[in-house]
Structures are given as C-alpha cells and as structure tokens.
Design a protein around this ligand. Structure first.
Ligand SMILES: [Zn+2]
Length: 236
C-alpha cells in the first residue's frame, strides 16, 4: 500500500514536471510557428504593435527567440501572411527583422535611404496591407542617419540628390538657427523624427491605406531606433 502510494506520488510528480517542462517550450513553439492567413486574421492592429514592442524589448535585453529558420522556410514555401510592414532605412545597423526580433514570414520590410515613401514604396505598402493582410505599418527612422545628415547639408550626388530632396521638407519643418549642418546632432535627430512624422502623415492620407485605417483594420505608426542602444521609441 505504502509502495503504491509512493508510486502514485511519483507518477503525479512526474506528471507535474512534464507539464512544467512542456509549458515553456510550448510558448517558444508558438513564437516559432509561421503566420497563416488564419492566425494573421486573429492579430489586431494593436496586438501587432505589441508584438513588435515586445520583440524590440527582447532584442535590447539580449533575449531574442531562436527558431529553426529552415523549418520556417519550408512552412512558408507555399504562402505568406506577415502581420506587419516596416518602412526603414538601408542603414546596416537597423535591420527590421533583427531589431524587432522577428523571423521568416513575419514582416514585410521596405528599405530605402532615409525611410522615405515614394509611389513605389506606397504601392508596396498597399500590397502588404490591402492584399496580403498586414495589420500595422511602422515608419522606422533612426539616430545618426546618413541620409538625414546629407539632407541637412544639402549634399548632391547622382541619383542621391533627388532622394535627399524628399527628406528636405522635414528640415523646413523644424526650427534651427543659421546655416543647417549635420554637425548639429540635435538638429539631425529632430529632422529624422520630423521625417518619420511627415511620412506617417503622408501614408495616412493615401486613400487605400486610409480606408483600412478607417475600418479599424490597419494602424500606421512612427518610431525611432537608437543605434547606440538598439532601443526603439514610438512617436506619438
Ligand atoms: Zn539612415
């Protein structure tokens, strides 16, 4: 009898341990599961934002989630259903998938120097949201942006001249004294933030995106990445 009791306790203890060990990997497995149209549909715009905020918190804390990327490649081979889209700079220090701790099939990423939006990027975002179902657009600027510095200094070089001209209105939108210079780090930061703000406004006015925002199916937000810390702050 005592032996049976001990055995029962052992079984119960084992069951508890098993449940405990399964609980943690179950969460990790869920994080590594690729999005399907069904699971994408369950993510609200606010939840999409929360996912990216939590991802950046993991990135900053050095607690990124490691998944089997080859498995994710296999699971996304026949389709994708990313929950968010990011417009970011080409800067090597701000890869959206890494700084938001996301993986294969999670986010659309459009990258161009100075994270500006022209008609082609806008068309890409219309595809990402209206057709492919992403619930969130993040315009992601960053500190120490070379494109913003070039715009502040009114630099000229080949096709870069035309690109920087699209950032110049942000300079006109902030206060400064004298001749603007990229040596003024605070000015560069203000222009970078203003550029993000203006870009968010531009997207919000685009009819295809505005329609989705009006129906509560899409959120458009601006954010700034700090290349010194990896931390992303969200613009109001
Ligand atoms: Zn940049």
């Amino acid at each position: 009898m005592a032996q049976n009791l001990n055995r029962r306790r052992l079984v119960q203890a084992f069951a508890a341990v098993t449940a405990g060990t399964l609980a943690a990997p179950a969460l990790a497995r869920n994080e590594c599961a690729v999005f399907t149209r069904q699971t994408q549909e369950q993510v609200t715009p606010d939840a999409a934002l929360k996912r990216l905020q939590e991802g950046n918190a993991r990135f900053v804390a050095g607690e990124t989630i490691h998944c089997d990327l080859r498995q994710q490649v296999r699971e996304t081979a026949t389709g994708q259903a990313p929950f968010a889209a990011v417009v970011g700079c080409i800067d090597s220090r701000v890869p959206p998938e890494l700084v938001f701790d996301q993986r294969i099939g999670d986010i659309f990423a459009a990258r161009v120097a100075g994270n500006i939006v022209n008609d082609d990027i806008l068309g890409s975002l219309e595809f990402a949201t209206q057709l492919a179902g992403a619930k969130l657009i993040v315009v992601l600027g960053h500190s120490e942006c070379g494109a913003v510095k070039g715009a502040v200094d009114d630099a000229k070089l080949g096709h870069l001249t035309g690109l920087l001209a699209q950032i110049r209105p942000a300079l006109a939108g902030v206060e400064y004294r004298g001749v603007p210079s990229s040596k003024d780090k605070a000015l560069v930061q203000r222009v970078a933030e203003r550029n993000v703000y203006d870009t968010v406004k531009k997207l919000a006015r685009a009819p295809v995106l505005a329609g989705q925002v009006g129906e509560g199916r899409l959120l458009i937000v601006g954010a700034m990445h700090d290349v010194g810390t990896g931390k992303i702050s969200w613009l109001a």
